[in-house]
Design a protein around this ligand. Structure first.
Ligand SMILES: [Zn+2]
Length: 316
């Protein structure tokens, strides 16, 4: 049986898996990305890990990879803030020269989107979006049965849609972007804003901004802390309004929420759905589902990367 090799390149680690056409993971491996000096050191470890994985003589049809700042058209990784790379790394070409099989590369958020589409919560859907709520907000969009790429390969950047003109400063240089409100970091910023503007007593007041995690806020909210609950409510309010706007653009059947913040469950989903329903256009009310990921963050990207091998023909 032929297999696909999926690769999920992250700032902390790079994960690899051999995947069959039904999405079953046959073998896994990983190595540290953060300990690599540069792209040469990275490729050295990547080649070594792939060769170990293929030790059993498995035949692979191709390689699919997801990476931050991937240029999907050129097969390059460009200006990735969290990777120890020079400004432009020829990922597709380098792997093709070494292994001589088709290589496919997509943005990390698109890899997760493809994973959910082929094997997870969006199976069979023609229109949906995936939002990954972690340190920032990643997004992938499938519209009318196609993964949205955009003219220059940067389409679907929902994290940088402005939800508050003149609002919070964003890493992209603009103000009021969605991810400054709806992400693990955005939730923390909301907690500190509510602290400054209210007298609510809360165990969160004794934790510094640097030390606080989304899990601290989740645990406080779960044990009834008003300040923490209000932070989730405000986050859901902003997210629901943004989703109602996005529904006006491309009318998804569902929005799938994944990433650390989405594991908060009802604390996030309930206010998000309430806000979406309140703000949605009349003909969208009651129609757009908000669903949790069916795969978990890590496997979604790995499986989606592998799915590229079975579902596209691009090669570098
Ligand atoms: Zn931004």
């Amino acid at each position: 049986m032929q297999l696909a090799l999926g690769i999920d390149i992250g700032g902390t680690s790079t994960k690899l898996a051999l995947v069959d056409p039904s999405g079953n993971i046959v073998a896994r491996a990983f190595f540290s990305t953060v300990e690599r000096r540069d792209e040469d050191d990275f490729f050295h470890h990547l080649f070594e890990t792939i060769e170990e994985l293929l030790n059993g003589g498995e035949e692979i049809k191709g390689i699919g990879a997801g990476a931050p700042s991937a240029n999907e058209r050129q097969g390059t990784i460009e200006n990735a803030a969290n990777l120890p790379f020079s400004p432009k790394v020829e990922f597709g070409k380098t792997l093709y020269q070494r292994f001589g099989i088709p290589v496919h590369l997509v943005k990390d958020s698109n890899a997760s989107t493809l994973g959910e589409w082929h094997f997870g919560a969006a199976k069979g859907m023609e229109n949906f979006m995936l939002l990954t709520l972690g340190t920032g907000l990643g997004c992938g969009i499938v519209a009318d049965g196609r993964l949205l790429g955009g003219e220059f390969g940067h389409g679907g950047e929902a994290g940088h849609v402005c939800v508050q003109p003149g609002g919070r400063a964003c890493g992209c240089g603009r103000q009021g972007c969605l991810e400054t409100y709806v992400s693990a970091t955005g939730l923390k910023r909301t907690v500190f804003e509510i602290m400054a503007n209210s007298m609510f007593d809360s165990p969160l007041r004794s934790i510094s901004f640097e030390a606080m995690t989304a899990r601290n806020i989740f645990e406080a909210a779960s044990s009834g802390d008003i300040l923490a609950k209000k932070s989730f409510e405000q986050t859901g309010e902003v997210l629901g309004l943004a989703l109602a706007d996005m529904a006006a653009w491309f009318e998804p059947a569902a929005v799938i929420l994944s990433g650390g913040l989405a594991t908060a469950g009802d604390l996030l989903f309930q206010p998000t759905i309430e806000s979406l329903e309140r703000h949605a256009l009349a003909f969208h009310k009651g129609k757009i589902k908000v669903l949790p990921s069916a795969l978990g963050e890590n496997d979604a990207a790995l499986l989606g990367a592998a799915a590229l091998v079975w579902n596209s023909s691009g090669t570098w």
